[in-house]
Design a protein around this ligand. Structure first.
Ligand code: DX5
Ligand code: ZN
Length: 214
């Protein structure tokens, strides 16, 4: 299992220490949540924070854009060295073009689904993407309760990937903790995003290690 801790739950007064923790941990990636107050009813952080973090972050950056017109920012993210650019299905009119553009800039391309968007909507794009990020809460906030239907959705996505021969990874985001993570692993998830469960832990190194071992 890959683990991508979400910085949204970090202590923003001490971001340097939080990045050091991630660098020294077994985390595979660092998940960075960008919100615009339009696509989601919250605003997180933007490019000035990403630019401050990028030179110090030793883990590949997994950038989750909860914004309208995410394609506008592909060049800037590529310049920052982002590894994966996650765009929401609901925010992209020309999703295939956006995926091509992300690839042309040398990044991995992931498409993200809100809880209400069915997996079947990915049928014609599944072979073009490197990863699908399933939201297991409604995007916008950390610390929310896991949506139970997500387990069936992971299974449906696993079936679609297997049926089409797609190489896409399955990532989940929201409400991932010690109870939900083993069930998500059994349903076929490849990458766990976790915010409050990791950063709120008394020993985040141990929590990251345990998630990785699933
Ligand atoms: C929510 C974000 C998540 C968030 C998850 O919209 O996309 O990445 O940090 O937080 P937890 O793990 O606390 O549910
Ligand atoms: Zn996220």
């Amino acid at each position: 299992m890959k683990v991508s801790p979400s910085l949204l739950a970090a202590d923003f007064m001490h971001l340097d220490a939080e990045i050091d923790m991630i660098n020294n941990s077994e985390a595979d990636w660092l998940h960075l949540d960008i919100m615009d107050g339009v696509f989601v009813p919250n605003i997180s952080f933007g490019f000035s924070v990403l630019e401050a973090i990028a030179p110090h972050c030793k883990k590949p950056m997994d950038v989750h854009l909860m914004i309208v017109e995410p394609e506008k920012y592909a060049e800037r993210l590529a310049k920052l060295g982002a590894h994966i650019m996650n765009v929401h299905y609901e925010a992209c009119i020309h999703l295939q073009r956006t995926i091509q553009h992300i690839h042309s800039l040398g990044m991995k391309a992931a498409v993200t689904l809100n809880p209400s968007t069915p997996v079947v909507m990915l049928q014609d794009i599944i072979c073009d993407v490197d990863m699908v990020l399933l939201m297991t809460v409604n995007p916008g906030f950390g610390g929310q309760a896991f949506i139970e239907h997500s387990i069936d959705k992971v299974k449906a996505l696993r079936r679609l990937i297997d049926a089409t021969g797609s190489k896409a990874l399955i990532e989940v985001d929201g409400g991932v903790n010690g109870k939900t993570a083993p069930r998500l692993a059994a349903a076929g998830v490849d990458v766990l995003v976790s915010g409050s469960y990791v950063f709120g832990a008394s020993d985040p190194y141990k929590v990251i290690k345990e998630l990785r071992e699933l």
